[in-house]
Design a protein around this ligand. Sequence first.
Ligand code: G3P
Ligand code: MG
Length: 241
Amino acid sequence: MGHRGAAASAPENTLAGIRKAAAFGASWVEFDVKLTADRIPVLMHDDSLQRTTGDGRPAADVSLAEMKRLDAGSWFAADFAGETVPTLKETLVLLLELGMAANIEIKPSPGEDAETVTRTIAVLEQVWPGSASTSTPAPLMSSFSLESLKTLQEQSPNLPRGYLIEELPEDWQAVAERLGCATIHHYAKAVTAAQVAETKAAGYGLAVYTVNDPDQARELIDWGIDCLITDAPDVIARAIA
Ligand code: G3P
Ligand code: MG
């Protein structure tokens, strides 16, 4: 699964990055979704637009029209100048064209945990066809925000949910069960073989983010994980071939 598209080779959370992940052979792509000031779901990791566009304002304070005027590619490399912040809708249309599956990470700006979900589901209902009309799997919805996961469970229970974890909490299983999660997403810098065994034995699909080191990729596969989320799908695909 390409992380933020293919973040080692193209600016993160852009359509260019998603095309790059597809070209590298990734079958899935992960990206981060938050809302503009006018409540449109867009792809953006940070609360502030500074790092990826040079505009110091919070994404939550900027309208889509204004955001679309920003250059979200030049910070990464001159070749990507003019790349814009994509809407979720534009992204889903591209993924359907490419036949790629989506891991939509709900990354709410402060206080927007529920609304980010509501607005995201509205876009999905508009754009994503039912399972009968596409062979692409339904989007996997993940979040660190338990409130966002709960809102997903209430408002769109049939979409699979992924529980994003940094340090595996003691009560992880109770939380995952209560929120009806299908997958656990472990942090590559913290996960242990014992945690993989424990979460796998409980019946969850396991993803690990962000795995860019070929040796770690092979080790994690030996441990039994199901999905590597990587900035470098080209490197990791070669490593595990
Ligand atoms: O979804 C996996 C990973 O993207 C979570 O962390 O901060 O890179 O969005 P982050
Ligand atoms: Mg993410």
